[in-house]
Design a protein around this ligand. Structure first.
Ligand code: GLC
Length: 776
């Protein structure tokens, strides 16, 4: 990477505030109601208002014609029938649902959204919605003194984005990932604002390059796009969890992933031969280090041709895959979108003959260089292309493969712009669009093709997809890893807010390359990173060609023992994590969360970057710096117990704690519980014993839901699951556990839940009787 010289700050090159170059939409000339839609004819264009629910409003501005309301790649639901009352005066129109009041000023067109108590959610004053002749569209909203901004998908920097400018343009960034890297691989033009304990969301559903400016002014913020319609949704909240439920109601939720994909993944660019992969697996088995997945990076292919194996390096992939499966290990191969231009390669032949590749409007195929050399790119915006691509995955599923890793799907191209020509035309099921408009959804649609094709081919088994690029709604298809980070402590630090903001953007299954991808890792960094990785939703160690190998044993026994302990812990926590993944799949709530999600009234949590929660009752406070064995921890309201030491900590206080290399401080809220199991071996990962660890409190009530199923099929859709709602009442001398409800027909290997009381001794009651076992 060549940096800029000082010429970049030459006098006269500074940028000016450009807010005034936009033309306002102007005053309302007339309005009408068309079915559920309110359509405003303004001086400079049209605005449509549509209520999706009592809590969700869509605003669409089009300066050329009536707003188009049916071309989203993200939103998967239709508007509900919402009861809206109208109240009109000369100056205003007020539209009211049971939850929201939308006030429209007519001269000029300005919007204010309030809740029914009168608290302002979103408002405009001097500036409203506007555009430029070059096609740009923009919305300005008032910024309040106490606004904090979260979400925005995959971004570097801190948790709270107030004071930042962000860009959405899927970009292959090998380097640098630093606080001023505005665009990375994923574009999720969505954010949540937290203001005095109340939250609301805005989803800007525009697939062009978009910008969010939370920096230029303290009085307003803006979001803008280089083209297309101004099309956004206001999500009323008011709790952060409610905002996320609203957003994922619109854009969909993650399907329950196969349990094996929640385990530990080992990867490297690349394990280059079958012998190397076998040796790797053997090491994990012999050392009894848990492993669920080995990733095969680009070297497994014949000349980087997707849907092939290199027969010299991997002479018998079927046998390899079957043997590994016996050991409890699955193989996930990489599949990139670029198809090598090679007249003798069947995928390329089919792609050309059946017209599946992206083209210029004149009819020539677009070619760009990627790993295989000159390549063509499937046009995933077309249904028939997605189907073709999906079916091709039979190549993998017929060998016993159940998971795919999609990379380079921004799409990345090795040229100056890093991607495809912007004037390439996507056929988009009949509505021709340029790459300029479709760029940000290329990865999403590749994910759709892959996930759906795999699902079809796997006949009842759950597929796993890992993707680098995506757009709002990517959670419907895959897990996301955060791309090419480096073995820097700073990147370990940055991964926490990045994963938390992805979680706040509807994508619950994410994680960075543990240990760092590029650059040489070291023993301490890898150990600390593995401790964190054991609790990030996606847990994969991956490293790049030319850098140090970083499997857990590479730095000697001392470090291996610690890493092994934490990787095993991941499996001990699996019943708890799986229940949280279930919650993510039905409610959209992230597994790994910032504290502000549970404590939105506590300002100390608003930009807390170096701690995170797992679910609603556990706080992790890892060490993120070299040579450090002490740190400060902030614990919010409640009483807390450190998981390993059993020590008590008071809430709403800052604590200084000592943390040796083998330690990861974990604080569990007293009165709550964790569901856990024992690690057995790689060959036998089935949960055979289940324990409910209850962290004793003198006065707490806690309720939670435990969920389990076979972990690999869709049988849960027809009742093959077990779901138990528990309530725990703690008091001075006793703990009363009640089963509030129990559902489902799944018969797990464990037949009971053992209760283990952590902390001072008390009498435990289950459904009224003195017992330490819950029968199933
Ligand atoms: C990209 C990916 C990385 C992968 C490499 C080779 O850099 O981000 O994870 O290992 O390509 O396929």
């Amino acid at each position: 990477m060549l940096g800029d010289t000082s010429f970049a700050i030459h006098p006269g090159k500074e940028k000016k505030d450009t807010a005034d170059v936009y033309r306002d939409i102007g005053s309302v000339q007339e309005w009408l109601k068309r079915d559920q839609e309110y359509l405003f004819n303004c001086v400079n264009g049209k605005v449509s208002i549509l209520f999706y629910t009592d809590e969700i409003i869509r605003v669409t501005m089009n300066t050329k014609h009536d707003p188009v309301l049916n071309n989203s790649k993200s939103v998967i639901i239709e508007p509900n029938l919402v009861n809206v009352s109208e109240d009109e005066t000369e100056e205003t129109l007020i539209l009211k649902t049971s939850e929201l009041v939308l006030q429209i000023e007519k001269t000029p067109f300005r919007l204010t959204v309030k809740d029914v108590k009168g608290t302002t959610i979103v408002s405009e004053d001097k500036r409203g919605i506007a555009f430029r002749e070059n096609g740009e569209v923009i919305a300005f909203k008032q910024m309040h003194e106490h606004d904090h901004f979260y979400g925005f998908g995959e971004k570097s920097g801190h948790l709270d984005k107030r004071g930042e400018k962000l860009e959405m343009w899927n970009t292959d960034v090998y380097a640098p990932h630093n606080p001023e890297t505005k665009a990375l691989y994923e574009s999720i033009p969505y954010f949540m604002t937290l203001r005095d304990g109340n939250a609301h969301g805005i989803f800007f559903d525009n697939t062009f390059k978009t910008h969010f400016d939370l920096q230029s002014s303290d009085a307003y913020y803006s979001f803008s796009a280089e083209g297309g319609q101004l099309d956004y949704y206001v999500l009323a909240g008011p709790h952060p969890k409610r905002v996320l439920e609203q957003y994922t109601y619109l854009t969909g939720r993650m399907p329950l992933p196969p349990k094996w994909s929640l385990g530990y993944h080992q990867s490297r660019y690349s394990y280059e031969t079958e012998a190397e992969v076998r040796e790797l697996a053997k090491n994990f088995i012999e050392r009894n280090i848990p492993l669920d997945v080995i990733h095969l990076d680009i070297h497994y292919m014949n000349g980087y041709r997707v849907f092939t194996f290199d027969k010299e390096r991997f002479p018998n992939p079927e046998l390899l895959i079957a043997d590994l499966k016996e050991m409890g290990i699955r193989v996930v191969p990489i599949v990139d979108p670029g198809v090598k231009k090679d007249a003798e390669y069947p995928i390329y032949q089919e792609g050309v003959l059946e017209d599946h590749f992206c083209k210029y409007i004149e009819g020539d195929i677009y070619y760009g260089e990627v790993w295989p050399g000159v390549s063509a790119f499937p046009d995933f915006t077309e249904e028939k292309v997605r189907k073709w691509w999906g079916e091709k995955h039979e190549f993998y599923t017929s060998m016993g493969i159940e998971g795919i890793w999609n990379d380079m799907n921004e799409p990345a191209v090795f040229n100056e712009t890093k991607t495809m020509d912007l004037e390439v035309i996507h056929r988009n099921d009949g509505r021709l669009t340029t790459h300029r408009e479709m760029h940000n959804v290329y990865g999403l649609l590749m994910g759709k093709a892959t996930y759906e094709g795999m699902k079809e081919n796997l006949q009842g088994k759950r597929p796993f997809l890992l993707t680098r690029a995506g757009y709002a709604g990517v959670q419907r298809y895959g897990a996301v890893w955060t791309g090419d980070n480096r073995s820097f402590w700073e990147h370990l630090q940055m991964s926490l807010p990045m994963v938390m903001n992805l979680g706040l953007s509807g994508v619950p299954f994410t994680g960075p390359d543990v240990g760092g991808f590029a650059h040489d890792t070291n023993a301490e960094l890898l150990t600390r990173w593995t401790q964190v990785g054991a609790f990030t939703p996606f847990f994969r160690n991956h490293s790049a060609i030319g850098f140090r190998y970083q499997e857990p044993w590479q730095f000697g026994e001392k470090f291996e023992t610690i890493m092994k302990k934490y990787i095993q812990m991941r499996y001990e926590w699996m019943p708890q994590l799986y229940s949280l993944f279930y919650q993510a799949s039905i409610q959209g709530l992230p597994v790994m969360r910032p504290l502000l999600m549970e404590y939105p009234d506590d300002a100390k949590t608003y930009n807390l970057n170096d701690q995170f929660m797992i679910g609603d009752n556990v706080i992790m406070a890892p060490i993120l710096n070299p040579s450090v064995t002490d740190r400060v921890v902030y614990l919010p309201k409640g009483e807390w117990m450190e998981y390993t030491s059993g020590e008590s900590y008071e809430g709403e206080k800052v604590h200084l704690i000592h943390v040796e290399l083998e330690d990861l401080p974990i604080f569990v809220r007293k009165g709550s519980a964790l569901m856990q199991s024992k690690w057995i071996s790689n060959q036998d990962k089935e949960t055979k014993d289940l324990t409910m660890k209850v962290f004793a409190s003198d006065e707490e009530n806690y309720s939670f839901t435990f969920y389990d199923d076979d972990g690999e099929t869709f049988a849960y859709e027809t009742g093959e699951y077990i779901k138990i709602a528990f309530d725990i009442q703690s008091s001075k001398d006793k703990i009363e556990i009640s089963v509030l409800s129990k559902e489902g027909n799944y018969q797990p290997a464990y037949k009971e839940i053992k209760i283990e009381l952590m902390g001072p001794n008390k009498t435990v009651f289950v459904n009224g009787s003195n017992s330490s076992i819950i029968g199933l």
